[in-house]
Design a protein. Sequence first.
Length: 190
Amino acid sequence: MTASERTYKMGPESGRLLLRTGRTGMGRSAGHDLTIEAARWEATAEILPADPAASSVAVTVDAGSLEVREGTGGLKPLTAGDRAEIERTIRGKILRTDRHPQITFRSSRVTGTPAEFTIEGDLTIMDAARPVTVRAAVTGDTLRGGVTIAQSAWGIKPYSAFFGALRLADEVEIDFELTGLDPAAFNPTP
């Protein structure tokens, strides 16, 4: 590693990795828009400010660690029992975490400026890898970004209830916020 290269090891202690779902269908007013957090994950970022294209990112998420943090909308507030049932459904019926315990992302290309960039790579869910482009921006010591994916691209049928009258929208937003970064890592000096 050169003096201008920075390696970051990250996880829940340095930031948050969130999934946000929406709802659709005739019965959507009964359901909730969910914010789900990955409680166990790790990432490694190799940042080369002088040559951003040579930078790389690798993320591994424990698929069984997804926890419902918030449910907005709906006819009634989300209860602790509702949260537990949603988490069981995610693990058992949607992601089948007993057979597919990890979700991974591996970058293949980084483009943009040190302050605002995109990361192209493969997102693997349930052993199916699909290309995604993650947007990201650095402000001070904080990195924020995300990507919107369609569950169906990975063979996931969005959850439905009430004979399909209430359905999870196919699109899921994945957002992250990491703090404690060295701002100098994103600002190369000549």
